[in-house]
Design a protein around this ligand. Sequence first.
Ligand SMILES: Cc1ncc(COP(=O)(O)O)c(C=O)c1O
Length: 386
Amino acid sequence: MRIPTSDDSFQNERVLPEIEAAVRGVLLDSRGPRPPVIPDLEKDVSDLLGGCIAVAVQSGTAAMMLALRGMGIGPGDEVITPPNSDLTTTSVVSHVGARFVLCDVEDDTMNLDPSLIEARITPRTKAIFPVHLAGHPADMDPILDIAKRRGLRVIEDACLSLGATYRGRLTGLIGDVGCLSFGVGKVISGGGDGGMVVTRNEAIAHEVRLLRGVGSYPSLTDLPPEQRALANSLRFEREGYFVQMNAMQAAILRVKLPHLAAWQAERDGLAAHYAARFSGTPVRAPIVRPDCTHTWRDYVVRVPQRDAVRAALRERGIATHIRYIPPVHLQPVHAKLGLGPGSFPVVERIASEQLGLPLYTGLRLEQVDEIAATVLEAISGATVRS
Ligand SMILES: Cc1ncc(COP(=O)(O)O)c(C=O)c1O
């Protein structure tokens, strides 16, 4: 494809000499398997988010699973979450032994609809798990209000929303615990997969740290190199996992994080340019709620004749995405739930209209012009033919 939907190489190229130096630093560090770059990255993220506990792990998926377990969610518990996320959001709930309970979304933001949540609560419900889809915050205040009244935890899937704010608060730090992803194509990506649990809750963070490092914290590899040699035994307090972040990822992320705001501003400009091109046309551009900011990790429009428009863009070498389709309840793996078509009408309608257009740091305004013009031309062609 001449224009992909996202392309991390632009980010990487801008800071390549620093990335090369950082990676060399890790490769040539003789102090052991886990140099201090990981706690350094955790401090960088904490500082960037205005102070929190940050625990680096292998992926957003690992972050979500450890966060659930860190809150003590397990067999017999239910967690309310939307049907239009990455399959990992619901899978982690199953993997900790709990049951996910799906709840439909708002038409405009595509995020969990707070007005539908209470009807999904049962005596087994333990947590609400909103997703800040595409990088736009879910409507957190009513969610927090329900959680408070009903004694529930709130875990945020902030894998796409690093830096996005809701009424002045950063996503990921609004509920009890937030999960970030630094995987390929995310707002800030390392050289592969990476994730982080962020929280202000010491007890959750402690549990996540124990689970991340096989069951001990500090584990040998968490200790500064000079203390490592003095430690002669390890106490395991949990049967944990081995899902620490790779030092190479941490080194690359430390180079890229300081550019978050500038790259965000660039994506804001691209999104505004798209919005101007689509104003007054049949294309429904994504909204940004008052008092919210969007990361524009995904720019998802709604169009008539979506599949024809998509094909026309493909013919011109312009890639598009239709993420998280079919929705979770219509995936073969969840057929046994018996939730057929019509179970979540808003998600299903969005699924038939949504089209993700290219938007990434490094995309040029004239490319936005070309993409928008091609979309509009394709819609009028498709409408004439139908
Ligand atoms: C909404 C959402 N949540 C969670 C994840 C999982 O993140 P990771 O790929 O880092 O495991 C993804 C991955 O794309 C995602 O899109």
